[in-house]
Design a protein around this ligand. Sequence first.
Ligand code: HEC
Length: 120
Amino acid sequence: MVFGVLILAISCQTREQLNTSMVIETKTAVDSVTGLVIDKNFELIRGQCTACHSAKLITQNSASREGWEQMIRWMQRDQGLWDLGANEALILDYLALHYGPKKKGRRTPLTNIDWYYLQE
Ligand code: HEC
């Protein structure tokens, strides 16, 4: 019995270490309530973009800066979204940076490579 508890404690610890290394790898902190990426513009997005709907609409979407601008225009035209003023540029920066077009599964192929023969 005591033995079992001990093993449990050890396995919890390794899991914690794993989680920590995962956070370091992804390098982005995410707000646990909204799911939005936290950076210097996060508060602005939370304030301006979660009043009418869940932030999930944002986190599940991805678009270029132009694409996000079109969505904002559409909400302004049809959904009662207000003029974002000077904040709009910051909001678009944030959206395009964190919710830009889906990244490809692989890195893009290298170009301009100087190939060379391996010497034996
Ligand atoms: C005045 C209310 C309001 C505000 C504020 C608002 N939206 Fe929306 N938004 C809507 C409505 C209404 C919809 C449609 C919801 C639905 O279809 O359920 C919507 C839909 C969306 C969608 C989904 C679009 C699609 O094509 O499916 C995204 C993404 C989105 N909003 C992002 C944002 C962002 C980013 C902001 C901050 C700049 C924002 N919203 C602020 C009203 C608003």
